[in-house]
Design a protein around this ligand. Sequence first.
Ligand SMILES: Nc1ncnc2c1ncn2[C@@H]1O[C@H](COP(=O)(O)OP(=O)(O)OP(=O)(O)O)[C@@H](O)[C@H]1O
Ligand SMILES: [Mg+2]
Length: 237
Amino acid sequence: MERPAVKHPIIVARDLTRLYQFGTTQVVGVDGIDLDIGDGEMVALKGNSGSGKSTLLALLAGLDRPTSGQLLVADQDLLKATEEDLTRFRREVIGMVFQSFNLLPTLTVAENVALPALLAGRKRQFVDRKALELLDWLNLSPRKDHRPAELSGGEMQRTAIARALINDPRIILADEPTGNLDSTNGQIVIGLLVRLNRELGRTVIIATHSTLVDPFATVELCIKDGVLEDTKCHEQV
Ligand SMILES: Nc1ncnc2c1ncn2[C@@H]1O[C@H](COP(=O)(O)OP(=O)(O)OP(=O)(O)O)[C@@H](O)[C@H]1O
Ligand SMILES: [Mg+2]
């Protein structure tokens, strides 16, 4: 079944395929994905373990390159992009949040949050102010000089969200963002991602086994063995 065309697409994929070569065998990451995501959607990406969710997010984020197909994200052709294009794209267009937080252990919370903006060449004064604003919004101001090891899981993930937002990305991609959190902190993190979508109009895609996102999702995608299904997911995890 053809998905209905969307009005203002921010993501367009055609026959998007990522195969992993594993010795002499090929492993399917994603296979022949056709996808149109409108600007401002809240997408829940569902599917069993190994179905291709992380592979798809890595392609959309410009962290990985497709084997074949077409992929346009925020008007950037990710198959034609040079390494330099991809670096700029990852820094300025995409905010990424991971299950394992991926904070740098030797930097403080404020330094972790500021880093992507400093790498993008923004002025120190501007970046420090913006980092403090974000930390305030996320109720993390009292933790700004702490190192990640001194934080709770929920605080680590909120730090990672602040870092993902420092360059004002149009798209936020979250890969199992509640996977390492208890249910209260999971709800807080999903609540923040929902506010980014509803109040700030960001396009948000969340790969998750959790049902926390379901009431807020404007689009639910189900992926099975690397292929997008037409029906909703009935997960076995
Ligand atoms: N770097 C890699 N090299 C080889 N195969 C890989 C690699 N990354 C993923 N795969 C394979 O691609 C398929 C899709 O994996 P992916 O990590 O995208 O699944 P997932 O839906 O994110 O699973 P989970 O819910 O467990 O996170 C799996 O069969 C996996 O083993
Ligand atoms: Mg995954």
